[in-house]
Design a protein around this ligand. Structure first.
Ligand SMILES: O=P(O)(O)O[C@H]1O[C@H](CO)[C@@H](O)[C@H]1O
Ligand SMILES: O=c1cc[nH]c(=O)[nH]1
Length: 324
């Protein structure tokens, strides 16, 4: 059956017309678009996994000034990013006083430093997807505008030296398609994963102003698994040969894929569908043509993980007029 186009305000009845529905996003504007008419009828919205809510918290007062949101898998990374950006912006106060806004739940951690929100999202599409639904509603309830989102993460490199930062051009699925498929009421909704060209070019320019931050623009493949799903030979299961793996990686490389991680497609799709500008900035921990195990010493991995943070912090400081 041919795909049909679904605009953002289509009703559920439209879903019965096709197995495959391509979701048309709104134009990116300065507003956060929540694409859900049901929200307007709710007396209260409980952001359960953040332990926040519209009746229990003054979201505009708490978050109304947010301009940048940085997300990454690990709670510790996002805490250190909050402390790092606090120092970079030379804000007053002690970095040890930056507390987890979501401390009432252990699902995600959230830190606010001036106009920057730093949030952990766990591993994989379902985990970041839940976080993003609540984050986008939070930004909406807080009346935020002109917000840019960054995923600052780690990845496996495809034909790149370990430690290279990849700024994502297109987030692609494991068939190398720039799309995210969401099953809704038993039907597949296809959403575009195109990212904002302006921001990834700005990030590339920022990288050229930094020492020790080798950066390329490339496609990022998002998988639903770290082991077999990323063509690793070292999982508890493996159903393919070394040659099969190499052929898949070569195919990926030839379509423009330069790194592999586990959240970029849904991140790009949800941000785009809600009119938010976004960028994916992930460092490579290894070159997958050379192996599967991450055997790099811990201190080197820590330094690699800081590269996306340094790059995004540089862009934020430029945008805030703190450096020219
Ligand atoms: O570095 P983070 O953000 O955790 O992301 C990457 O690392 C995890 C796998 O180790 C996956 O979630 C992958 O996307
Ligand atoms: O190979 C890697 C490394 C980090 N994260 C991934 O998803 N894959």
């Amino acid at each position: 059956m041919a795909p049909i186009l679904l605009n953002s305000m289509a009703t559920v009845t439209d879903l019965s017309q096709s197995e495959f529905i391509i979701h048309e996003p709104p134009l990116v504007t300065d507003q956060v678009h929540v694409m859900n008419p049901h929200l307007e009828t709710m007396k209260e919205d409980i952001l359960y996994h953040f332990n926040l809510g519209t009746n229990t918290h003054n979201l505009p007062e708490m978050f109304g000034d947010i301009k940048f949101v940085c997300v990454g898998g690990s709670a510790n990374r996002m805490k250190s990013f909050a402390q790092f950006i606090h120092q970079e912006l030379a804000l007053s106060g002690n970095i040890d006083d930056i507390t987890d806004i979501c401390e009432g739940t252990d699902r995600y951690s959230m830190y606010k430093v001036g106009p920057i929100l730093s949030i952990s999202h766990g591993m994989g599409v379902p985990s970041i997807s839940i976080m993003l639904h609540e984050l986008i509603k939070l930004l909406h309830h807080a009346h935020c505008h002109n917000v840019v989102l960054f995923r600052i993460g780690t990845s496996g490199g495809v034909g790149l030296a370990p430690g290279t930062v990849v700024v994502t051009d297109k987030a692609v699925d494991c068939f190398f398609r720039p799309q995210f498929d969401q099953v809704v009421l038993g039907k597949v909704i296809i959403r575009s994963t195109e990212l904002d060209e302006g921001i990834f070019k700005e990030l590339l320019q920022c990288s050229s102003e930094l020492d020790n931050c080798p950066t390329v623009i490339g496609n990022t493949m998002c998988t639903h698994d770290f082991y077999e799903g990323q063509g690793r030979l070292d999982g508890a299961l493996c159903s393919f040969t070394t040659e099969d793996k190499m052929e898949y990686l070569r195919k990926a490389y030839n379509t423009g894929v330069r790194n592999i991680e586990m959240e970029s497609t849904v991140f790009a799709a949800l941000c785009r569908a809600c009119g938010l500008k976004a960028a994916v900035v992930c460092v490579t921990l290894l070159n997958r043509f050379d192996g599967d195990q991450i055997s790099t010493p811990h201190d080197v991995l820590v330094e690699y993980q800081q590269r996306p943070q340094v790059l995004v912090a540089h862009l934020i400081k430029k945008r805030l007029g703190l450096i020219i």
